[in-house]
Design a protein around this ligand. Structure first.
Ligand code: NDP
Length: 301
């Protein structure tokens, strides 16, 4: 098996042993840890197939999915830049993925493409693992309003979080996401001094005010992916009572937000647990059986 297959490789496909029946499509895709995690799961479950990386550009997605159908693939994971555009290519879309507006897992079922999104549930499981809390009754601040942020905000709302604050560089996107989620925040709860659902501009004073009114801060932007990035929120704004979750992950270094959180005396975790759990949920979607989570966790470490 090659480290990375390109679209050109699909045209002169050589069968491998065990056969490749799963993979991740993305551009770039070299950084993806999914093969590591999923191949460990396949091995642990004695399933005789492999999971590979495919470097697939935006114009190549449709024929690459057709290739997967024709070669009896079980499923595909999608990463940047395909998660949103894939939605239109699905034969049907899981009700959990539709409101997120993005697909990260495809199950190929009798030649049909079925789209799922495991980010929201993967996030909820990650929060439970890292902080031993449920989203229910939590006050959550999400940074970002893209695909990951939408999945996280929707999951928090569905699990009846106490408050949800969305901050985004482009304020209008935060506002429109909050508007979409309004139905989850109507009802008999007593309103405190701050609104339960709030879109705020990404500005220091607005963020500073929110810090004493939330429990969990989540970075759902790519800030921190590049080694030279500063923390999306400076340590001086963070408070020791906070739980801080960075969806950005790195195996060999602390992300800037996790570092800032520790400086402020707060608990923090990076996105490896979300990656693990969204991968486990994808495995469960493909094979209809519980994922071997310990083998998958060991593969990341
Ligand atoms: P999108 O492109 O859909 O959204 C990116 C978001 O980040 C937008 O809200 C954008 O704001 C904001 N943003 C981008 N650059 C900056 C910047 N320089 N300053 C401030 N805001 C910025 O990406 P996704 O939502 O799909 O992914 C975001 C990140 O989430 C990924 O980079 C990845 O690290 C992480 N992720 C982790 C997963 C895991 O399993 N751990 C799973 C999925 C994602 P604007 O609207 O203004 O453009």
């Amino acid at each position: 098996m090659k480290e990375i297959y390109t679209f050109a490789d699909l045209k002169s496909w050589r069968k491998s042993k065990p056969p490749i029946r799963l993979g991740v499509f993305g551009l770039p895709v070299a950084h993806s840890l999914s093969p590591q995690i999923q191949n460990a799961a396949l091995k642990a479950c004695k399933i005789d197939m492999q999971y590979a990386r495919f470097e697939i550009g935006p114009n190549e997605l449709r024929p690459a999915l057709q290739f997967a159908i024709e070669h009896d693939f079980v499923g595909i994971n999608l990463t940047l830049p395909h998660k949103v555009s894939a939605l239109a290519l699905m034969d049907d879309v899981d009700p959990n993925a539709k409101p997120v507006g993005a697909v990260n897992t495809i199950k190929i079922d009798n030649g049909k493409l079925r789209g799922f999104n495991t980010d929201g549930k993967g996030f909820a499981r990650a929060i439970r693992e890292d902080f031993a809390v449920d989203l229910r009754d939590m006050r959550v601040l999400v940074l970002g309003a893209g695909g990951a942020a939408r999945a996280i905000a929707l999951q928090s709302a569905k699990e009846h979080c106490e408050r949800l604050v969305i901050a985004n560089r482009t304020y209008e996107k935060a506002k429109s996401l909050a508007d979409e989620l309004r139905e989850f925040f109507v009802g008999p709860k007593v309103l405190g001094p701050v609104p339960r659902l709030h879109a705020i501009p990404w500005e220091e004073s607005a963020l500073r005010f929110q810090m004493s009114h939330v429990d969990l801060v989540v970075n759902a932007t790519p800030i921190g992916l590049s080694a030279g990035d500063a923390s999306p929120i400076p340590a001086r704004l963070l408070e020791p009572h906070l739980m801080i979750y960075d969806t950005v992950y790195a195996q060999d270094r602390q992300t800037p937000l996790v570092k800032a959180a520790h400086e402020a005396g707060a608990r923090a975790a990076n996105g490896l647990t979300m990656l693990l759990h969204q991968g486990a949920l994808a495995f469960e979607t493909w094979f209809g059986r519980e994922a071997p989570i310990d083998a998958m966790r060991a593969a990341i470490r």
